[in-house]
Design a binder for this molecule. Sequence first.
Ligand SMILES: Nc1ncnc2c1ncn2[C@@H]1O[C@H](COP(=O)(O)OP(=O)(O)OP(=O)(O)O)[C@@H](O)[C@H]1O
Length: 670
Amino acid sequence: MRPDASPPHASPYVGFQKDLRGVRSLWERFHAGMLDLEERRTTYHELLLGEWQRCTALGVDVAMTRGRLLSSEEFRRRQEAEQLLLETSVPIVREVSNFLVDVPGIMILAERTGTVLHITGDPAVRERAATHSGIVEGSQWNELTAGTNGVGTALSKGRPVHVLAAEHFCEGWHSWSCAATPIFDADGHTVLGIVDFTTIDADFRDQALGLTVSVANSIQARMALHRELERRLLLTAFSDASRHYPHDDLLAVDQAGRPVAHTPSERCRQLAERWPTEAAAVRELVCDSLAVTAPSTGAPIGAVLLLAKPAGYQKVFRSEARPAWPAPQPAAGPERPVTRFGDFVSCDPSTQRMLEALRRLAEADVNLLITGETGTGKELLARHVHACSPRRQQPYLAINCGAISEHLMESTFFGYVKGAFSGADPRGRAGYFESAQDGTLFLDEVGELPPAMQAALLRVLEDGSFQRVGSCEPRRARCRIIAATHRDLTQLIAEGRFRRDLYYRLKVAQRCIPPLRERPDDITLLVEQFAELMRRKHGLQSVRFTQAAMDALRRYAWPGNAREVRNAIETAVLCASGTIDLDCLPPELTQAPPPAAPQEPDGPQHAPDGMAAVRDYERQLIVGMLRKYRNVSQVAHALGLARSTLYRKFAELGIQQAEVLGGDEGSHLS
Ligand SMILES: Nc1ncnc2c1ncn2[C@@H]1O[C@H](COP(=O)(O)OP(=O)(O)OP(=O)(O)O)[C@@H](O)[C@H]1O
């Protein structure tokens, strides 16, 4: 056994050499209750005993052989809470792993409570770690749960550590050795997570500790940069508030409760000084606060606080006079919390209920049908359902059924054997069902499947088997199907264009995403999300909207839904130099609907209540755009719609192209 045979190891957290001889025997005697109290021991052995006694007192189960797994719901929450850490660390960890191809070990990123967020490295070691010890994403390795181990001990010590073989409290981990280093926040002492390098004990090298220290340092540097950006956002919010409230005392505090800025009065200076130690007393002076949140994740960054005057009168920030915050300012206010489902965000209550239902359905592992207009985020939801499902470690494959040529469809879905047909890969090829084995197959635009393919798909869904083209050998399909369509499948069924039996197989569970025009609060939310996304993408300092621009954005009906918002905001961000005004928005948002288009005599021009009014508005909009561009492709692009969707809208809304264009349709409508 290695601890008895290997040379001493430097122990960075105890400051002396580890002599691993006798550790296994010490461990055995400790757990058998056969320690000789009079025995003279090295400091190192005393230290180990202290660690193990602590684990015993914490009630750690020494017989455990697999890491404890969080429920996928809880894991999802942790991932969401640690989005910044993930975004910052994963690219670094991956890049380092690329240079460790021949090193038999895995690199683990854990968050501040010891939950593994990400694992990368040697596939064989990864497989063994998962199957033998339950070291997988979502498993927990703090000392309370798993006793002395790399992640848990680095967390509790707050320093880089080696934990080798029999030093682990639980025998189940004795075949592993780990080096682990904490990642600190910019303040130098708050632990944000752990970088750990784990190998089978016999493969362990001392250099592993240097590796984790250097990876942790790189992550820290990147985190520090993020913190600086957050600090700037907070300062921008503070100076905006100061402009709007020049006669008041304001204090900006970051998320850790540290004052970042205050109004330059002596009273405020003193309050800021007292804040870290007497926060409770100073907090009593706070009349109102404005939360400042991270642009992309919505995570809180800090707050601007409005302090009571010495005379004691109370004041609140006026909602209509809230400063023109940078894009990340929460759109819906505290009474409308934002729900996130992966990258899908919403503050609309009925959409939020749908997202909650999807969270539950993700775990249920049943086939799912997602409907909704084009651009409403069906693929985004499907992807995250997979990420929250028990299949999340397996492949996710998205297929646009409308984009596969009909005669290749069967071989694309089911694969083919060699010599199946001329022009094919001579070695044969696996189809989507095999490639997505054990994972999720997302069938986008499922309403476009031709009848023959509908029949073939139905057969797979009914008995779970299929054959490659050119072969009789049955194969089992073990993937989950998520299907999506913007079409009304019940109508297609009534028209004989979609199989009823297939429909029922696909919609074991079904959810519909409402169009954006029916959830006006989400318009503001998406505008701000995309503005921040584009600000980052194009490396801009800040992006803000004038009131007039924001009003126009909220009024518009968005027939292309979130995709159209995204396109419009990207163009606007690029056109504006920081502040987006009306002139940076696409003309259809700012121009009144064309007068010649038919409309109700007193019909509303925007933000109408009834569906009929919405249809009218959509009709006016599309007719106006057709007159302007005189080209269907350009209109579709401007609206963020597929051409096929636009043609569908023509039919639904009774728009006659020839009529609109005065009979010259043929030359322009391409
Ligand atoms: N609620 C949302 N929050 C954030 N982004 C969204 C949301 N809804 C959609 N998006 C974004 O809008 C774009 C379109 O989304 P997606 O492709 O998922 O829509 P879709 O309904 O599948 O469209 P189609 O029917 O045309 O295939 C993507 O960029 C997506 O990230």
